[in-house]
Ligand binder design. Structure first.
Ligand SMILES: [Zn+2]
Length: 96
C-alpha cells in the first residue's frame, strides 16, 4: 500500500510546450532554437542556442507564432523566420 509504485519511472526528459504550457516528454516536442543563424526548427536537437519546444498540434504552433515563441526565445521573429515557421507549421499534426 505504498504510493511509491505508481508507474515505473525511467528518466524521461520533460519540456514545456510554449503554445499550451503543457509539460510533455521531450521526444514528442519539436525544438525551435534561436541560433546565431536565426530562429529555426531544430530537428536534430543538436543546434546550440536558446531553445523552445512546441508539440505536434497546429493550435500550439499558431499560438506560438502569435508571440509565445518570440517571448520564450527572448527575441523577435523576423518576417523571414516567421514565414519559415508558418510554412513548417502547416504540416504539423498531419501525420498519416
Ligand atoms: Zn502544446
Amino acid at each position: 500500500m505504498s504510493k511509491k509504485s505508481r508507474r515505473k519511472k525511467r528518466h524521461v526528459p520533460k519540456r514545456t510546450c510554449v503554445g499550451c504550457r503543457e509539460t510533455l516528454a521531450k521526444q514528442t516536442l519539436t525544438r525551435i532554437v534561436r541560433s546565431p543563424d536565426g530562429v529555426q526548427v531544430d530537428l536534430t536537437g543538436k543546434i546550440s542556442g536558446r531553445g523552445a519546444y512546441l508539440h505536434n498540434q497546429r493550435e500550439c504552433w499558431d499560438r506560438a507564432l502569435k508571440g509565445a515563441l518570440a517571448n520564450a526565445l527572448r527575441t523577435k521573429l523576423t518576417a523571414e523566420e516567421r514565414s519559415t515557421l508558418e510554412a513548417y507549421s502547416k504540416n504539423v499534426g498531419r501525420e498519416t
